[in-house]
Design a protein around this ligand. Structure first.
Ligand SMILES: Cc1cc2nc3c(=O)[nH]c(=O)nc-3n(C[C@H](O)[C@H](O)[C@H](O)COP(=O)(O)OP(=O)(O)OC[C@H]3O[C@@H](n4cnc5c(N)ncnc54)[C@H](O)[C@@H]3O)c2cc1C
Length: 318
């Protein structure tokens, strides 16, 4: 795959999966709610040195907590702490209805908002605004910004110690490396929920990570929109060969699953609706190519596949 810098435009899409994570989160939530209702006893961690109530023990506990490089273990009489990794569909669903009278919630994730992924493709071409598809965690679960024992930490979990009931974390300081070095800390948990999703798959194809843009996060959609508009404007500036214009305005979408097809459709609509009117000098140079190794929308009904294919071809997609 060629370098794209300010040249043509390519997008890499991983296959989307059903919203099963949010459903699994609902079931976990039911079990946590049952547990919280049996409120009399918050579970004591078997390993915890902090389970006696004597003054000496309390003093020792405070001392030990002081030395803990992060959020130390909960003590007897305190709410149990649910640590959730991730602010995606699963994590957000779980935190939304978590009974915060029975639990403190601590969320660790490299982004502070949930992304409504089904609408992400529409933001790439301006049909929807970015803020319409991102919901801040503090609005989903206000306790993380208000309750004394609940927090959101902008960090990545880098390791889990199930014996010690702790996780290792490293802050996310993307783009601020010059002024702020990332630092490490630990969080002790009573319950740990993994909702950190899955890595985007490149199917082992070289160059994808360096040269293409994934479509999973709001900043991906922003980058796609930025590059699309930049290339449209650059191709209108005098001094460019015909070939170079075609290259700048060739949009390649890799992956013919629901996301790839939806994005290609959005792009085609954008070309027919906006480009033809607002960039009419270059309208004949822009093309969309959708690449799929098998059939597009392979998990869908044959009639739907045929309809989608016909529609895309009709709408200038190759
Ligand atoms: C463009 C697009 C459109 C889609 N459309 C649909 C659709 O229409 N219908 C459908 O059913 N599905 C759709 N999907 C799939 C759906 O979005 C996923 O199945 C769903 O997001 C998975 O939820 P999740 O909570 O497991 O993971 P995610 O939503 O991916 O969330 C993972 C979370 O974990 C965080 N995280 C990552 N690493 C760490 C770490 N080390 N420590 C802490 N936190 C971490 C991430 O920042 C994120 O907050 C679509 C996906 C995309 C990309």
């Amino acid at each position: 795959m060629r370098s794209l810098k300010s040249s043509h435009f390519s997008l890499w899409l991983s296959r989307s999966t059903p919203l099963a994570p949010a459903m699994a989160a609902s079931s976990l939530l039911r079990s946590l709610t049952r547990h919280a209702r049996g409120a009399s006893a918050y579970r004591h961690l078997p390993w915890s040195p902090f389970s006696t109530t004597t003054a000496a023990a309390a003093g020792a506990r405070d001392e030990a907590r002081k030395g803990f490089p992060g959020l130390g273990p909960t003590a007897k009489g305190e709410k149990a702490r649910v640590v959730v990794l991730g602010t995606g569909w699963a994590g957000s669903r779980l935190m939304k209805d978590l009974d915060t009278s029975g639990y403190d919630v601590v969320c660790v994730a490299p982004r502070n908002h949930m992304v409504f992924t089904p609408l992400l493709a529409s933001t790439c071409v301006g049909t929807l605004e970015f803020r319409s598809v991102a919901e801040p965690l503090a609005r989903i679960q206000p306790a993380v910004s208000k309750s004394p024992g609940s927090y959101f930490f902008l960090a990545r979990c880098t390791g889990v110690d199930p014996d010690a009931h702790t996780i290792d974390c490293e802050t996310v300081t993307d783009g601020e490396k010059d002024t702020l070095e990332p630092w490490k800390f630990k969080v002790a948990y009573d319950k740990l929920v993994f909702a950190s999703g899955a890595e985007a798959s490149t199917f082992g194809i070289k160059g994808v990570t360096e040269h293409a843009i994934f479509l999973r996060e709001v900043h991906h959609a922003q980058e796609i929109r930025r590059r699309l508009l930049l290339n449209l404007m650059l191709s209108d500036v005098p001094g460019l060969s015909e070939e170079e214009k075609r290259r700048l305005l060739h949009c390649v979408v890799v992956g013919g699953g629901p996301t790839g097809v939806e994005f290609s459709g959005e792009l085609s609509d954008f070309i027919m609706r906006d480009v033809k009117q607002r960039y009419s000098h270059v309208k004949d140079y822009i093309h969309v190519t959708l690449i799929e190794a098998n059939e597009i929308l392979s998990s869908f009904d044959v009639r739907l596949r045929q309809y989608a294919t016909n529609q895309l071809i009709k709408d200038w997609c190759r």
